[in-house]
Design a protein around this ligand. Sequence first.
Ligand code: SAM
Length: 318
Amino acid sequence: MMDRLDERIYHKPVMVREVLEFVTECTRSVVVDCTLGDGGHSYAILDNTQDTFVLGIDIDDEAVAVAGKRLNPVFGGRFHPSKGDYRELNLHLARVGIPRVSGILIDLGVSSRQLDQAHRGFSYWAEAPLDMRMNPQSTTTAKDIVAYSSEEELERILREYGEERYSRQIAKAIVEHRDKHPIETTTELVQIIQNAIPSRVRYRRLHPARKTFQALRIAVNDELSRLDAALRRCFSLLEAGGVLMVITYHSLEDRIAKRVFRELEAMGPGLVRTKKVIRPSEAEVADNPRARSGKLRVIQRRDVGGKGNHDQERGVEL
Ligand SMILES: C[S@@+](CC[C@H](N)C(=O)[O-])C[C@H]1O[C@@H](n2cnc3c(N)ncnc32)[C@H](O)[C@@H]1O
């Protein structure tokens, strides 16, 4: 059961029931929630297991603080929040003295809290500086990318990360505009996008700036670049029978997860548990439209004593 105030103040976690089905296979276990957010998945895992310990990681200081305040009073020492990058999971585990874990969850993308906090610049609905950093200590903001990327690079970012049909037109409009005035805020960028696209698509159901904002967020936070290596590293930290669960919201992320999982299975140490990708139910999407593009893939580690372990001992990432 979730805490009473969850829906009004916290990010609504996606495919919780499906994730729990895999987590509850492991008893007396250590689970890592690599993308803690408001701690919704962690809450459900702790609430539905007896003695699981959850290590929750997030790159955003505020997420770590919010989840700690929410979960520690309820679950005490069974929950440990930790600020940092899940792509360095080995370092987080070394810090708490845990060599291997039985479950790892990566719920990619942005949290509702980040989207709803206007000042962070993730949302095209509210006026704010063009920021979009999940980690407030990192140096590159969306304003920097918009100001300093070449037109070709902007076009690539919008096309690849946003799958934006009008990437060429929008990149050209950004460069023309910034030659006259620096682009500082979300609303200035939205206006530029609206003026760059054909008028017939300007007032469609989905906001015309949606894809550009998604693309810039992925670029600012370098979300795709090390995903392949991070998934292999996470997998190598599982104990025998342990599961790595990945929820993606973007076709590029999903393609990377699918390919890495297939390769780990072909090499021997992995068993793909989701031959068919798991999608949220219609009821969940009706209740939480932000879940609509979610895809869950799960891989299980067969045997730590096998080939994978030797690879890890030699320092080779699977
Ligand atoms: C979709 S939200 C997770 C929501 C969470 N499952 C919940 O139930 O509240 C994604 C979270 O991942 C975090 N994040 C993104 N990249 C990260 C990284 N490289 N390392 C750690 N956390 C990251 C974001 O700051 C964000 O809070």
